[in-house]
Write a protein that binds this ligand. Structure first.
Ligand code: BGC
Length: 777
């Protein structure tokens, strides 16, 4: 052997010995190989705290990744085979930079309808498809987790983030969230249900203590999360910013361990919201496994370990959850992402979802769908600048969004030109002259400042129109459409002035309606909004009102599909539209504008009476009730059958739905239960199940079946900490809305059933004065 060869052979041997030795002595994170415990045992304390805290904000990239602009990154440890993970927002689609520095390439994502629109479809299969499409973008852009869905209860219409949430009702919120989680995780990426729990407002979200009775928590604020956890097994849960009954949720062991893990069987990883909580040691002890995005907490944790203020075995449990999560991620599995998701296919899903999300409020004289309409006058700035989604971490950097004007043009309608010119000049000048404060308002949390400037138009007042100006448009057009727009976002709540229409908006609806009606022409109002607004004072003026929500990038096309009659509206309201803001049970204390609002403690004195549970039980009339939405066709409900009139383990109900009109359409069938109040009080009725029919042609029928188990009959009895089904007579109400009940059947429960006994946890640290329906009857 030559000298050179000997040296090479020696080097090789050393290398092999090193690798071999390392393999033997340093456990590697591998599925089915070294146990996770061994990997944890091999860690230094420094490595442990490194994994328990995210890599900071903005998160360092430093990887051969394309997904810049993601929300956070977890640490990786090469010597132990632990990979980093990329966590990215959010509920309406993936949020990454579309134009990252250092490359000419673009990385657009699909903007789907916002959560409120998705739940308005009441179509879990469709939402699962949306989840699949979102998850595919997460995977193909090299991320590991989508920080979605968000399913806090829409307690008050003024919460700035309601557009990211599903409903005032936990059943629909939970079922829709579960569908979305299933869809996202179908791709082998994770979902993160958030914000756990009771983050129902934005203004004081970082400090406020939500004071909620144990019953209201179990029945309203936790229930949706429970459904999503049990039915869809999300990889991760994100704890919220607020305090709950005295403790920050991320520092609340009763919430994160006793309820979430011990009672519901959650096996995934819990992460904090970004910068939530104040005590990292308490977070670790409570079962908040991962602190995001990660600031100074490592030092504190390490010090606590060294001084024995923190038990290392606690951290080992948290680490186990984190490593179990890492094992599932595409990055750990070295998935070769393409950087090229099928955006065209996803665009179609976004359009389908938007079409099904729309709720028709009113359609006098069958104004819709359009019959002989060719020329359309488009009033309202938002017609030309349609709002795709809300602001903040729930934004999506999409390639192109279809405005209403564009959507109608695509369908062959002619848009009144002079009116268009007036509006586009107004919009251009507003955008050009926007001052910094207004841009900041629109830009908050946004990743792309150039888009922020454009958004300014969403936040400025509507352009006034004189009667004279309107009269000039009548002859140019066969019909008038007025779009009313609203935008809001993370970090701020809406004001009452945002809930009510401005005088300019009301005058516009009034004057356009009067002038068009005078010559026998119709008027349609389109609501391009993210949360509930007042409709009572103006809804009589126009002929038709279509609630389009914030429908994502295909919004304009989807509205045009409905107006043209390519599809009949089939969305229903997942929340109530009250007549006035003061009718909302939380209105007295919700908002900082209100003198009774307490920035430290939010007393949820309305208890279980949230949304329709309140309006129905306290007989408060509403503009549009929960579950409401009309169609171009009519549905007949008949032939209701019940499996038993005495409840044993479960009860089955079926109902026949017939399309008795002239249009094809889908119907949302809602099942409410009126339960006996033998031992404790209950709302007049509660949604217990729902289903959407297939597309029914005129004359076609479908039999819809539901099964109710004892848990669905039960209320949470705080006195004994248990879900209990009360004895007595139960009435099943099957309807087209919470007020439009078409069929009723009854059954009895001879003996009360204690369905599930739970822990006595999460009680308020101050007394509440909950309202009672018994006091008003
Ligand atoms: C939001 C979360 C979001 C996170 C990361 C927080 O401010 O509350 O919903 O996932 O930021 O962007």
């Amino acid at each position: 052997m030559k000298r050179k060869d000997i040296i090479i052979a020696l080097l090789l041997m050393t290398f092999v010995v090193r690798i071999y030795g390392q393999k033997n002595s340093v456990p590697q994170l591998k599925p089915g190989k070294d146990k996770i415990e061994d990997v944890i045992n091999a860690m230094t304390q420094e490595e442990k705290v490194y994994l328990l805290v995210g890599l900071g904000y903005p998160p360092p990239s430093g990887l051969s990744i394309i997904a810049h602009g993601f929300a956070g990154r977890t640490g990786g440890i090469k010597r132990l085979g632990i990979t980093t993970s990329i966590l990215s927002d959010g509920p309406a689609g993936l949020r990454i930079d579309a134009h990252p520095k250092g490359t000419e390439k673009t990385f657009f994502c699909t903007a789907f309808p916002t959560a409120t629109g998705l739940s308005s479809t009441w179509n879990t299969e469709l939402v699962e498809m949306v989840g699949k499409a979102m998850g595919n973008e997460v995977l193909e852009y090299g991320c590991d987790v989508l920080l979605a869905p968000a399913l806090n209860i829409q307690r008050d219409p003024l919460c700035g983030r309601n557009f990211e949430y599903f409903s005032e009702d936990p059943l629909i919120a939970g079922k829709i969230a579960a569908a979305m989680v299933r869809g996202i995780q179908f791709n082998g990426v994770g979902a993160s249900i958030k914000h756990f729990a009771a983050n129902n407002e934005e203004t004081y979200r970082g400090s406020e203590n939500a004071l909620i009775s144990q019953r209201a928590l179990r029945e309203i604020y936790l229930r949706g999360f429970e459904i999503a956890v049990k039915e869809a097994k999300p990889w991760t849960v994100m704890s919220s910013y607020n305090r709950l009954n005295g403790f920050y949720t991320s520092e609340n062991r009763d919430l994160l361990t006793t309820v979430l893990r011990d009672e519901w069987g959650f096996e995934g990883m819990v992460m904090s919201d970004w910068g939530a909580g104040i005590d990292p040691i308490a977070q670790m002890n409570s079962g908040n496994d991962l602190i995001m995005p990660g600031f100074e907490q490592r030092k504190i944790l390490l010090n606590a370990l060294k001084t024995k203020a923190l038990d290392e075995t606690v951290l080992d449990i948290n680490l186990k959850h984190i490593l179990n999560f890492v094992l599932k991620t595409p990055r750990f599995k070295a998935y070769q992402f393409s950087g090229n998701p099928d955006l065209k296919a996803h665009d179609l899903v976004a359009r389908d979802a938007a079409v099904e999300s729309m709720v028709l409020f009113k359609n006098d004289d069958n104004t819709l769908p359009f019959k002989k309409i060719k020329n359309v006058a488009l009033f309202g700035k938002t017609s030309y600048h349609f709002i795709v989604g809300g602001t903040g971490s729930g934004e999506v950097n999409f390639e192109h969004a279809v405005s209403l004007k564009e959507g109608l043009t695509n369908e062959g309608f002619r848009i009144a030109k002079s009116l268009e010119t007036i509006y586009t000049q107004y919009i251009d000048s507003v955008i050009m002259h926007a001052d910094e404060a207004t841009i900041k308002k629109a830009a908050d949390f946004m990743s792309d400042p150039s888009v922020a400037k454009e958004k300014v138009i969403d936040f400025i007042s509507e352009m006034p129109f004189s009667k004279n100006d309107i009269e000039q448009q009548v002859n140019n057009s066969d019909i008038a459409i007025i779009t009313i727009g609203r935008n809001s976002g993370e970090g701020r709540d809406r004001k009452q002035t945002d809930f009510y229409l401005s005088d300019t908006e009301k005058n516009l609806i009034h004057d356009v309606s009067k002038i068009y009606h005078a010559v026998g022409k119709k008027v349609v109002v389109i609501l391009n909004i993210g949360g509930v607004i007042e409709t009572e004072s103006w809804r009589d003026y126009p002929d038709a009102i279509l609630l389009a929500w914030q429908p994502g990038q295909e919004g304009g096309n989807a509205v045009a599909d409905i107006l043209k009659g390519k599809a009949s509206p089939s969305g229903k309201l997942p929340m109530t539209f009250p007549k006035v803001y003061d009718d909302v049970p939380s209105s007295k204390i919700f908002h900082p504008e209100n003198p009774q609002c307490n920035p430290q403690n939010a007393f949820y004195n309305e208890g279980i009476y949230v949304g329709y549970r309140y309006y129905d039980s306290f007989k408060v009339p509403t503009s549009y009730e929960f579950g409401y939405g009309i169609s171009y066709t009519k549905f007949q409900y008949s032939n209701t059958k019940i499996s038993n009139t005495v409840f044993k383990d479960s009860i089955s109900i079926s109902v026949e739905i017939k399309n008795a009109g002239m249009f094809s359409g889908k119907e949302v069938v809602e099942l409410y239960l009126n339960a006996p109040t033998d031992e404790i009080e209950k709302p007049v009725q509660e949604l217990k199940a729902f289903a959407k029919t297939k597309l029914l042609q005129p004359g076609e029928s479908e039999v819809i079946s539901f099964t109710l188990n004892d848990r669905l009959l039960a209320s949470f009895w705080s006195g004994i900490n248990a879900w209990v089904a009360d004895k007595g007579l139960y009435e099943i109400r099957i309807g087209s809305s919470s007020k439009d009940i078409r069929q009723k059947v009854s059954f009895s429960l001879p003996q009360k059933i204690v369905v599930e006994k739970l822990h006595n946890v999460l009680y308020p640290n101050f007394p509440l004065k909950e309202i009672s329906r018994l006091k008003v009857e």
